[in-house]
Design a protein around this ligand. Structure first.
Ligand code: HEC
Length: 181
């Protein structure tokens, strides 16, 4: 009986202590789920707290983190990219390391670790017509173009790679190409 009372007393105390002040939660596990971050088109202006409709500028397209690619998937587009499109990234040890890693994930199955076209899918006769990079007259621009649109049997890899990652892969392909005999 004595311990039963003790348990009841402990339960009452715990119920007070554990709940605390509901308005100031002590710990938010996954705060994004409590405090959402919506896009607020309706702001309050500084004068008199009047709600104003903040509309985006006419013709605005939201492209957060996305860099548009306007060169079309045509022969002319290919030639244009080949001549004019330049890599915005400077070659560093870090970009090459990332490029190598991504190449290993997305390209080596077909193109081979060295870029000679002898990837595992080629060895097992699952995919044919994969070129040795050395045999193709490519530039940084044309490699990026092929990554975006694909070419003949090769599909587009635009959705697998982000803007900067694509250019890192381009750097690595150029490196492999320069090392092939
Ligand atoms: C499923 C196999 C496959 C994968 C995966 C693949 N490729 Fe290709 N790739 C090909 C084939 C086949 C061709 C030859 C296309 C043609 O010109 O007919 C090619 C051609 C190319 C060319 C030469 C295009 C030209 O202008 O002549 C480049 C550069 C290239 N690939 C880069 C890449 C990169 C970078 C990746 C990884 C992000 C990749 N490929 C992933 C199969 C693949």
């Amino acid at each position: 009986m004595k311990s039963f009372k003790l348990i009841i007393a402990l339960m009452i105390v715990t119920s007070f202590v554990s709940c605390g002040d509901k308005r100031t939660p002590q710990l938010q596990y996954m705060p994004d789920m409590y405090v959402s971050v919506p896009y607020d088109a309706n702001g309050v202006n500084s004068a008199g707290n009047v709600i104003v409709n903040r509309l985006p500028v006419a013709g605005t397209v939201s492209r957060k983190g996305i860099v548009a690619y306007d060169i079309p998937n045509t022969n002319e587009g290919y030639e244009k990219a080949k001549l004019e499109l330049k890599n915005p990234l400077v070659v560093t040890e870090e970009t090459l390391t990332n490029g190598k890693e991504l190449y290993g994930i997305y390209c080596a199955v077909c193109h081979g670790v060295k870029g000679d076209g002898n990837g595992i899918l080629s060895q097992r006769d699952k995919f044919n017509g994969i070129p040795n990079y050395k045999d193709r007259d490519v530039t940084e621009g044309s490699i990026y173009h092929v990554l975006m649109h694909g070419r003949n049997l090769m599909g587009s890899h635009a959705s697998q790679l982000k803007y900067e990652e694509r250019w890192q892969v381009v750097q690595y392909v150029e490196k492999l190409r320069s090392e092939l005999k």
